[in-house]
Design a protein around this ligand. Structure first.
Ligand SMILES: O=C(O)CCC(=O)C(=O)O
Ligand SMILES: [Fe+2]
Length: 314
């Protein structure tokens, strides 16, 4: 298992690496693209998100999940994967919140006010700072992907068309000595996911040989994963073929696992459509044009591993 895990590339996206001159920056962009083409995933080091900010985030998350169940249940949002989820029959060890970044800083204020009516200004600031830095990281990676597939000119309109959700998660310690499912196998439906965890491992990836491998994520590193949205979009931009990483969470440690992540996706109403000039015999159309939000609703109603193929596949 361990040696398999090592094949998932680790990519240094620190300030210095991003400041490389033209040729070396291009090499880095290629590394990002190839990781997403070959594995749907890579481990990223990103120093613009400091250790202190990560620690503040996990501290705040611990006090958030320690709040009474009735308080946490007050967080309700009609859109999927936002409302507080706890005590689920399918994934009883998992608890989560999904905060919409569309509302910007207001989201952090309203959320912290709802959870702590007396206020929690420090966690509010941490949430604002973390979500804006994750959005910046997401944009940096998306720009590299666009440049690597020769579509740099589409990057600005992509940013305008995108939104994101910040998900905050806790996994309880499994009740017996055996490992237990924290989150069922799935691909993310979004464009790109960036995850960060405390020191408790548990994320597993289905590799291209069909084996589950445990990702050993170094302290402070991030996991970047392509979702179904990137798979479909990359096809539409340039016939690029990315893998949407299938993953799950398995818990075996005697400590609670905390993770948070940015899920970037097209805004409501954005359509994914391959331009005619990109379709030829060598690059046949893979997906019919579709509205991302309609696909997402379809997925929520018909949970399926092959939702993208079933919904939009040619
Ligand atoms: O907690 C994690 O590390 C993974 C979370 C995840 O896969 C998800 O929320 O889609
Ligand atoms: Fe996921």
């Amino acid at each position: 298992m361990g040696s398999e895990a090592q094949i998932i590339p680790s990519i240094n996206l620190s300030g210095e690496a991003l400041d490389l001159d033209g040729e070396r920056y291009k090499v880095l962009c290629t590394k990002v693209r190839e990781a997403l083409e070959n594995h749907g995933c890579f481990i990223a080091f990103y120093d613009k998100i400091s250790k202190g900010l990560r620690e503040d985030m996990f501290m705040g998350m611990m006090s958030l999940f320690d709040l009474p169940e009735e308080t946490k249940k007050k967080y309700v949002d009609p859109r999927p994967y936002r409302s507080y989820l706890g005590k689920s029959k399918i994934i009883p060890l998992h608890e989560s919140f999904g905060l919409d970044n569309e509302a910007g800083d207001k989201m952090a204020q309203e959320f912290t006010h709802l959870m702590w009516p007396e206020g929690n200004p420090s966690f509010c600031e941490t949430l604002k700072s973390m979500s804006s830095k994750l959005v910046e990281m997401n944009n940096t990676i998306m720009k590299m992907i666009f440049e690597s597939v020769g579509m740099g000119k589409l990057y600005n309109s992509h940013v305008e068309d995108s939104t994101s959700v910040l998900r905050i998660m806790k996994y309880k310690v499994p009740p017996s000595n055996e490992s237990a499912m924290g989150l069922v196998p799935h691909t993310d439906k979004d464009t790109l996911t960036i995850l960060c965890q405390n020191e408790v491992q548990g994320l597993e990836l289905l590799n291209t040989q069909g084996q589950w491998i445990t990702l050993i994520i170094p302290d402070g590193a991030f996991v970047v994963m392509a979702g179904d949205g990137l798979k479909a979009r990359a096809d539409a931009w340039s016939n690029a073929r990315f893998i949407a990483a299938k993953h799950k969470v398995m818990l075996s440690e005697k400590r609670e696992r905390y993770s948070f992540g940015l899920f970037a996706m097209p805004k409501e109403g954005a359509t994914i459509q391959v331009p005619d000039e990109l379709v030829d015999d060598d690059h046949p159309l893979l997906y019919q044009p579709f509205k991302f939000s309609d696909f997402f609703s379809y997925f929520v109603e018909n949970i399926s591993d092959d939702a993208l193929e079933l919904y939009a596949g040619v």
